[in-house]
Ligand binder design. Sequence first.
Ligand code: EPZ
Length: 419
Amino acid sequence: MDKMIVHGGSLLQGEVTMSGSKNSALPILAATLLTREPCIIEHVPDLSDIHYMLTILNMLGSEVERASGIVKVRATHLRTEAPYDIVRKMRASVCILGPLLGREHAATVSLPGGCVIGDRPIDLHLRGFEELGATVQVKGGDIHLLASHLHGTTIHLRGKYGPTVLGTGNIMMAAVLAEGTTVIEGAATEPEVTDLAEVLIKMGARIHGSGTSRIIIEGVRELHGFRHTIIPDRIEAGTFLIAAAMAGKKVTLHRVIPQHLEALLHVLEEAGVPLKIKKESITITASPSLKALSIETLPFPGFATDLQAQLSAMLCTTQGVSTITEHVFPQRFMHLAELKRMGANIELDGARATIIGVDQLSGAPVMASDLRASAALVLAALRADGPTEINRVYHIDRGYEGIDRKLNKLGAKIQRIQE
Ligand code: EPZ
């Protein structure tokens, strides 16, 4: 298992280009199962989660080719079963359910296991499939979906914690080949859902209203191949913006879509960070001192839960008292215990963390627990006194393409040790 040693204290400076979005690429790769024709996807990030998805597609019978960010997939013949061994490695593998059901009217996929960011049910996905006409059975750890035909209907997808991102994608992918019109009420409005809808439209689907909470899908008989470039990763960009706000002199991010980052940009401005926003780039310059903040995570366009851990790291050394309330995954606070090992002053009460800024964090051996928690530890380590040893960095490789390489290019001192 690799680990990283981060030597804190360097100031970040320079330019860095963002990769394609992991959370956009995963369901779009799954969408290739909807057609026999070849599909070409560009700007696919080189990440272990993407590798798992390509392995799953391959196991289902797709021919997969990959070269420098371009992935070609052709799903001429399909199997409809994905076994536990591979599915357990990545929760996002549930997004093959929708396309398998849509095209083959059958799917057997292992139920994903527990997840460190909290209980992650898929009840809304399954209810949606049932409403489209599938029978759903959970047996022996597997989800079995079967339908004689799928029919359009109105599906309410909003759950206790808001809309579901992968659930919206899954239902869209099943409904595009259903008979008649499906209306998704309470749909997720995340840019990754819109990117998937754009791909489905390129394939010949009839979809209106993506990006709003009401998506209308008129079923078609057949879908075609497509060529698509994945949108830039807004969470990677957000992570670099927070890193620059904490430990930067002047950093420019290229290949970003500022509209996807509005909530974070607003928060950074409120903290006193000077920003220069252009069409596809953002420049951030050092602020002599940051202001304390009160943040609540919310579905898009609210402040993203996937940036909560990184912002927590920033607030650890921001003078004053800040609060963070997590509404999307109320238990997503594993990183706080590790930040406390580095000297942070944090109190957690249910889904609300109170962070009292300290002058300095100190390097310590810490453990990465999930993807964004690991990123938060890297950011905290950049601001810490002395070296921080981050163990289990495979978590970070699931979702950040060369984060150590990119940060080192900006002047950080991060060593990766292969064990
Ligand atoms: C997606 O997960 C992302 N994953 C997550 O990114 C992200 O944190 C999350 O959306 C929220 O933005 C991918 O896109 C691959 P949800 P998803 O269904 O779709 C509850 C990262 O770090 N819920 O929108 O699985 C759920 O428990 C990650 O890159 C139900 O109750 O999340 C949560 O409280 C991790 N029943 C809320 O809804 C359901 O059937 C939102 O979850 C489904 C979800």
